[in-house]
Design a protein around this ligand. Structure first.
Ligand SMILES: [Fe+2]
Length: 149
């Protein structure tokens, strides 16, 4: 299943849960921050300097949170010697480089479709959760099961 959704708000639902509480909580918070960005954009005019400042500050927090979240996952993967660590981490890295580059262009006051970028980020995140993150949590759980026996 591949999520290609141009709707703005997507509420968290159980199908996004990987079953690893800390990761699920972070994903949910991350999605909430993206929804907040849509909300600011919908309510007000981003051309207004005050609105834009508010939007930019939430955007900065969201990007920081993304970096922090990827690090959380990578630390867990390292701790269990996850076989796809390199592959999974490089997906995080390529993606964050791309997003950071776009946001830099935006904050330097160049025109980009920032709301379109949020949607791209959101769709990437949900697809990544459903495929790569679920796979790695599945691996953690099977390792835990083995050590239980
Ligand atoms: Fe991930």
């Amino acid at each position: 299943m591949k999520i290609v959704n141009n709707e703005k708000y997507i509420a968290w639902n159980d199908s996004f849960n990987t079953g690893y509480k800390r990761i699920d909580e972070q994903h949910e918070k991350f999605l909430g921050m993206l929804n907040k960005l849509y909300e600011i954009d919908d309510d007000k005019d981003l051309n207004d300097i005050k609105v834009r400042e508010k939007f930019n500050s939430v955007l900065r927090d969201t990007i920081d949170y993304m970096v922090y979240h990827f690090k959380t996952e990578e630390d867990i993967m390292k701790a269990i010697n996850y076989k796809n660590l390199a592959k999974h981490s490089s997906k995080h890295r390529d993606f964050s480089n791309k997003i950071l580059g776009e946001v830099k262009t935006y904050t330097a006051n160049n025109y980009i479709d920032i709301v379109g970028l949020i949607t791209y980020l959101r769709n990437w995140l949900l697809n990544h959760i459903l495929i790569e993150d679920k796979a790695f949590v599945y691996e953690i759980k099977s390792i835990l099961k083995k050590t239980d026996n």
